[in-house]
Design a protein around this ligand. Structure first.
Ligand code: C2E
Ligand code: MG
Ligand code: MG
Length: 544
């Protein structure tokens, strides 16, 4: 309530409108009373409501002049309508005027007292309830103030994020965390030795507004914001990242300044550093935008798949991998790296996998009708596999297109496979028993043991292209690939080499004992129509 009142008092436009309304109300009530003199006492009572409002909402001198005018009009009306009863016009006028003035004075003075009290308490708007630090409203007030001054000197705004806030709060509790924030603020003020202002922006963010024309040396920043602070005799380590921008160059409102600092902060994470200054070259991440558009893209069939053939050591082509592409109406053809990593964590990945199964099994059926009996590999995420009844959904798509389960290969990345869970194991088991194969994608970047894979019925591993591409120059990678091939053979798992970019590499890998090859040396990923032409041209290789 007190916040509402103060907000109202600051809003001059609303105050003006209310002023007019009250004045009109007084006149309307007066006129109504004039037309119905018999109801005089009720209407005069209503008039006091209007007087009370005006005295409460406006400065005393405005309310007083308004109510003197209203009192004169009312007194006159009152006197005229009652003149027949006692004939004293002057008396009525004085009486009404007296009532109005004294009511206005009493209410107005009382109101001033209340406002004084609240204005003293106004700071509650600008400080955080729990830490006592200035909050985002204080920053907004100060920025507005600087802007109103006009012609302001550049001021650096630094946003400090406590990256491990959740860990600290969980380990030590909120009370201790609040103390930590207070200590951090004091420390910042002392170590910069300048007249800066600090604000608590969120639970995990502290904003620092430097005095005009003062900068910071990014190298000394880490020293100034010490990373271990002692609170209640407990040393607490906190991990900070900082982003900065300049007022008014990069923004003249809190929203703009924060947006620029957030962008700089994102850049620090991307670069694995702890400080970054905003620059117009930093681009807002498209991923959030893309995630929001994904569902619509699936409905509008903007999501398409390109196919890359996989060749066996004997030179036959009986496998293809479906690789997703987004034919974005504004951004052109997007690659999986533009949207898959973020999408993998969301529920939309379930919709994508359904779409992928439908789209690709339909095309696989078309290929078989053209006389190409291919095995098709689809990439799935661990999130997909953890979905209840995923196995039944896959089998129902196969049934819909009258395809045998053995034509389908599901590729899971090694990273995903490690996060094994009961539901995904159940799905893998059920699908494996039905004849669907599982391949481990990007093998070598994680720590999966081959013995473990065998246990889960994994038939094949795809050696990550990072080992293959520079194998010729890097003897360690070659040794690693050698040992992976040897171990895979020992446990009866076949191997696929990804990223085979040259014929020489293909020969080397073949000699090393790799079973299948995928890469630009054989073919690049291509749209379905091109794949059909490619397969026609290489028909000799498509039968064993
Ligand atoms: P991946 O499954 O390991 O796919 C192989 C990637 O290597 C593809 O990149 C392919 O275009 C690229 N590639 C093939 N041959 C060569 C070569 O000789 N040299 C080089 N440098 N690269 C080659 P792409 O299409 O950008 O896909 C990247 C990753 O995105 C895939 O890696 C896969 O993990 C993921 N992905 C693709 N489609 C889907 C999908 O439908 N669903 C999900 N969840 N993930 C997908
Ligand atoms: Mg793959
Ligand atoms: Mg791969």
């Amino acid at each position: 309530m007190e916040r509402l009142l103060l907000l109202y008092l600051r809003d001059k436009r609303t105050a003006g409108i209310v002023f007019l309304c009250i004045f009109l109300l007084q006149i309307i009530i007066g006129l109504a009373f004039y037309r119905y003199p018999d109801y005089d006492s009720n209407f005069t009572h209503l008039m006091y409501v209007a007087v009370t409002f005006s005295a409460f909402f406006f400065p005393l001198w405005i309310a007083l002049s308004q109510n003197i005018v209203a009192g004169l009009i009312m007194g006159h009306i009152y006197a005229v309508t009652n003149v027949s009863r006692n004939g004293n016009i002057g008396g009525f006028l004085m009486l009404t005027l007296g009532y109005f003035i004294s009511a206005t004075l009493i209410i107005g003075l009382l109101k001033n007292k209340i406002i004084d009290f609240y204005l003293r308490k106004e700071e509650i708007f600008y400080v955080d309830e729990f830490t006592g630090l200035h909050n985002i409203s204080a920053l907004s007030r100060d920025v507005r103030h600087f802007k109103e001054q006009g012609n302001v000197q550049p001021m650096l705004f630094l946003l400090v994020e406590i990256v491990n806030q959740k860990e600290i709060s969980t380990a030590f509790g909120m009370q201790l965390y609040y103390k930590l924030l207070q200590k951090l603020e004091q420390q910042v003020k002392i170590s910069f030795q300048t007249d800066l202002k600090t604000y608590q922006i969120h639970l995990n963010m502290l904003g620092i507004l430097f005095p005009p024309n003062e900068g910071i040396d990014s190298r000394s920043l880490q020293k100034r914001i010490a990373q271990t602070v002692e609170v209640d005799n407990i040393p607490i380590f906190f991990n900070v990242a900082c982003g900065s921008c300049v007022f008014p160059r990069d923004g003249t409102t809190v929203d703009e300044l924060l947006q620029k600092c957030f962008l700089a902060l994102l850049e620090t994470f991307r670069r694995n550093q702890n400080y970054c200054e905003y620059s117009p070259n930093l681009k807002a991440p498209q991923k959030v935008l893309l995630l929001g558009q994904m569902q619509n893209a699936l409905e509008q069939e903007e999501i398409v798949f390109h196919y890359q053939p996989i060749m066996s050591a004997q030179g036959s082509i009986q496998h293809i991998e479906a690789l997703v592409r987004w034919d974005h109406p504004q951004m052109g053809l997007l690659l999986p790296s533009d949207f898959i990593p973020d999408l993998e964590l969301t529920e939309i990945s379930d919709n994508l996998v359904e779409y992928a199964l439908d789209y690709n099994l339909h095309n696989l059926k078309q290929l078989s009708l053209l006389g190409f009996d291919m095995h098709l590999a689809i990439n799935v995420t661990i999130k997909n596999l953890q979905k209840v009844q995923f196995a039944q959904r896959v089998l129902s798509f196969l049934k819909r297109y009258r395809l045998k389960p053995s034509v389908l290969i599901l590729e899971i990345t090694e990273r995903g496979f490690l996060a094994d869970a009961e539901e995904s194991n159940r799905n893998i088991k059920e699908l494996s028993e039905s004849g669907v194969s599982f391949h481990i994608d990007d093998f070598g970047v994680g720590f999966t043991s081959l013995g473990n894979l065998r246990k889960f019925g994994i038939r094949s591993i795809k050696i990550d292209q990072s080992f293959i591409i520079d194998m010729q120059e890097d003897p360690i990678n070659r040794a690693l690939v050698d040992s992976v091939i040897a171990m895979a053979k020992a446990v009866g798992i076949s191997t696929v080499a990804e990223g085979v970019e040259s014929v020489e590499m293909l020969d080397i890998l073949r000699k090393m004992g790799v079973d299948y090859f995928q890469g630009y040396a054989i073919a690049r990923p291509m749209p379905f129509e091109e794949l059909c032409v490619w397969l026609q041209e290489n028909r000799g290789q498509t039968t064993e």
